[in-house]
Design a protein around this ligand. Structure first.
Ligand code: GLN
Length: 196
């Protein structure tokens, strides 16, 4: 059973822990560099990406997180977590700290101007999924190595991507009770551990 941490600096941590357990992982909230050493993969939850970046710095987690991601640790970012995994962001706060890793441009609060929160039916990795968006970002553009796993109306925007061992969604699968996105990520972690 893989050990998967949920970055617990800020955001909806408990829901992710529950969904990961349902998807067959051993899951725990983590906020210290030492705790990061004990996990095979990491979920970065929704919340507020500026605050999360500041707290990661305050808890001395920025460099350890960047290093583990560079070394190939699987990570899944939802909403604010997607922003944290983006190599480039639009409409970020001044000096906003991210982790990077996925070759994409993410626009913060992108759907927010039209509609603050909404639900949509979309295709995730080829199967239908009901998704919840809360002041969500969208992906403006992706590099050649990034797979698009889902798009959503309005505007047929990119809302789910994968690059190697990194996964990101604009939406919150921990809120709908459908464990497929978490199962997909747990499988990514299992395959990475197996290949090491
Ligand atoms: N708008 C938030 C941000 O910029 C993300 C919202 C969310 O995670 N639900 O970080």
């Amino acid at each position: 059973m893989p050990a998967i941490g949920v970055l617990a600096l800020q955001g909806d941590v408990r829901e992710h822990v529950r969904m990961l357990q349902e998807a067959g992982a051993s899951a725990m909230a983590i906020r210290r560099p030492g705790e990061l050493d004990a996990v095979d993969g990491l979920v970065i939850p929704g919340g507020e990406s500026t605050t999360m970046g500041k707290l990661a710095e305050a808890f001395d987690m920025l460099q350890p997180l960047r290093m583990r991601i560079k070394e190939g640790m699987p990570a899944y970012g939802s909403c604010a977590g997607m922003i944290m995994l983006a190599d480039r962001i639009e409409d970020g706060a001044a000096g906003q700290q991210t982790l990077g890793g996925i070759d994409m441009v993410v626009r913060r609060n992108a759907f927010g101007r039209q509609i603050d929160s909404f639900e949509a039916d979309l295709d995730f990795a080829g199967s239908p999924l009901h998704a919840v968006f809360i002041r969500a970002p969208w992906v403006e553009s992706v590099g050649a190595d990034v797979d698009v796993l889902g798009t959503a109306e309005p505007g047929d925007r990119i809302v789910a991507v994968r690059q190697g061992s990194l996964l990101a969604t604009s939406f919150h699968p921990e809120l709908t009770g459908d464990p497929r996105v978490h199962r997909y990520f747990v499988e990514m972690v299992v395959n990475t551990v197996r290949d090491q």
